[in-house]
Design a protein around this ligand. Structure first.
Ligand SMILES: [Zn+2]
Length: 525
């Protein structure tokens, strides 16, 4: 039996001993809302690999309300803004989490039990989430949120001080002082099993026969030219396997194992109140970044995710009355293909830096006597210090025009817009304009926005990535599952900000603030 199955089986058997005996009633609100996020999972995977799916993804697709044309309707399709949106029902312009670099870093909230990592908290998250709405109805409602990534564990539950755990490079799950001063016993016990280290020197092999995979295995651009062919042997020393573990499929199984332990230990979802369980599976994102989303590795990871979620759902439904459980599946963003492997895209995708445009703008500033640091670029965003321009009696538009014109000469740059024009622009016919308008508040001190051409990435070490306003990065699955939902496949355009209000309706609670999303009434019975 492959190792991963053995690990999963352990959780199933353990879960099976504790089935709840709650009487069922579809009219009652759920006692447990489960949000499953697959980090970096393209919606297209569900259709593409559908015939090979027989686990949790298949269960959700075949029994749930499946929205195939669902999008993150914002421009910087990264992990932090995506996760912050899911249970907030609001765009990044309103959650404050506008990019990964805004994130959860917080030196005032050091990690518990692991001293080598940065502190983390929802310091910059603004407003409320489904957890707050549940708790405003019944303060006994609780949440457990787990991921391999801090931002993916923290941001779905917003500012609420709940049970929030993520994977630290020492092979253990941690939290931060924002939430607690010490780890509870059930987390300590789970950590003490040192499961990652039991994988040292073992291999990631294909779950199906070679013939089930159409993708060539030997593509040397994958994994930056190192270890790009199956089997992938995991590091043999315990320190390396601890650090590396979350980036391989077994990391997702570990997360699911901790989540199920948490359901048992916290008696989450026993009712009568509605509790929330959020699990964000991180390995898909790491595998797509390393091998590309069209690789054999990414294909195998879809199949393994299907199995991992299958075991997870089987276990949750054994632990709790399925008629009182609501499940939602989504992703924090999609994924773009490796630029060098993209076919039929014009202009050819490339990797970009706008450094030459910055240099030209600063040269002009120097000539005009403006402090050259008064203009800066943060990937897509150009910012200026207006005071420095006033002091030099120079109209910043002169310099911004230099940047604009030079940036447009760089292969891979598609558009350079004034941010103030984007927020007033055509948000119906022009999705790029709309997505930028949803990214930052209208009063943000941003001068210019750079949009790359389709398939193009910012320069960096990643083989493939995401983060653009294009549909390949925005299109993610949304599936609702449970007695409150109509089974069906829905093709209309919907948005990930619609997940929170729809779950709130299913849980019979009201959002306590104005949302960007709407209730997907079609999905609800
Ligand atoms: Zn992500």
């Amino acid at each position: 039996m492959p190792k991963f199955t053995r690990l999963l089986l352990l959780f199933v058997l353990a879960a099976g001993t504790l089935r709840a005996q709650t009487p069922s009633s579809a009219a009652k609100p759920p006692t447990l809302v489960v949000l499953i996020t697959i980090d970096g999972f393209r919606e297209g995977n569900l259709e593409r690999f559908g015939p090979q799916l027989h686990g949790g993804l298949a269960r959700l697709m075949n029994g749930g309300a499946w929205f195939t044309n669902a999008h993150h309707d914002h421009a910087i399709t990264e992990t932090a803004p995506g996760h912050a949106t899911l249970l907030a029902g609001r765009f990044p312009r309103s959650t404050g989490i506008t990019a990964n670099r805004v994130g959860v870093f917080d030196p005032a909230s050091p990690l518990v039990g692991f001293s080598g990592g940065p502190g983390a908290s929802p310091l910059r998250f603004q407003g409320t989430t489904l957890v707050d709405w549940l708790r405003s109805k019944d303060p006994k409602s609780r949440a457990l949120s787990i991921s391999s990534k801090d931002r993916a564990a923290i941001l779905p539950v917003g500012k609420s001080k709940q049970q929030v755990y993520w994977y630290a490079p020492d092979g253990e799950f941690t939290t931060s002082r924002y939430y607690a001063d010490s780890l509870p016993d059930w987390v300590k016990k789970f950590n003490a099993r040192r499961i990652p280290e039991s994988y040292a020197g073992k291999s990631w092999t294909l779950v199906l026969a070679d013939s089930a995979y159409k993708e060539p295995d030997s593509v040397s651009i994958e994994s930056n030219g190192r270890d790009f062919v199956f089997p992938h042997v995991l590091p043999a020393d315990t320190t390396s396997i601890d650090t590396f573990f979350w980036t391989v499929p077994f990391g997702d199984e570990l997360e699911v194992g901790l989540a199920l332990e948490g359901v048992r230990a916290l008696r989450l979802g026993e009712g009568p109140q509605t509790d929330l369980l959020a699990v964000s599976l991180s390995a898909t994102d790491a595998i797509n970044h390393r091998f590309g989303p069209d690789s054999r590795e990414a294909h195998d990871q879809v199949l393994r995710t299907d199995r991992t979620i299958g075991v997870f759902l089987d276990s949750v439904f054994k632990l709790r009355d399925p008629s009182r459980v609501v499940v939602a599946l989504s992703a924090d963003h999609g994924f773009g293909t490796v630029p060098e492997l993209a076919k039929g895209v014009t202009p050819a995708p490339t990797r970009v830096t706008v450094q030459p445009a910055l240099a030209a703008a600063r040269q002009r500033m120097k000539a005009l006597g403006v402090d050259t640091l008064a203009l800066d670029v943060d990937f897509q965003v150009v910012l200026i210090n207006r005071d420095a321009f006033s002091k030099a009696k120079v109209n910043p538009d002169t310099v911004l025009r230099v940047f604009h014109d030079e940036a447009l000469r760089i292969p891979g740059v598609y558009r350079v817009d004034r941010f103030r024009d984007l927020v007033k622009g055509d948000t119906v016919g022009d999705p790029i304009t709309r997505r930028w308008a949803h990214q930052f508040p209208a009063d943000a001190q941003i001068e210019l926005i750079v949009t790359l051409t389709k398939g193009t990435l910012w320069q960096g070490p990643l083989v493939a990535s995401h983060g653009t306003p294009y549909d390949y990065d925005s299109n993610v699955p949304i599936i609702f599952y449970g007695p409150a939902f109509n089974h069906g496949r829905y093709s209309e355009f919907v948005r990930t900000v619609d997940i929170a209000p729809t779950l709130a309706a299913a849980a019979q609670v009201k959002p306590t603030e104005r949302l960007d999303g709407v209730v997907l009434t079609k999905a609800l019975k």
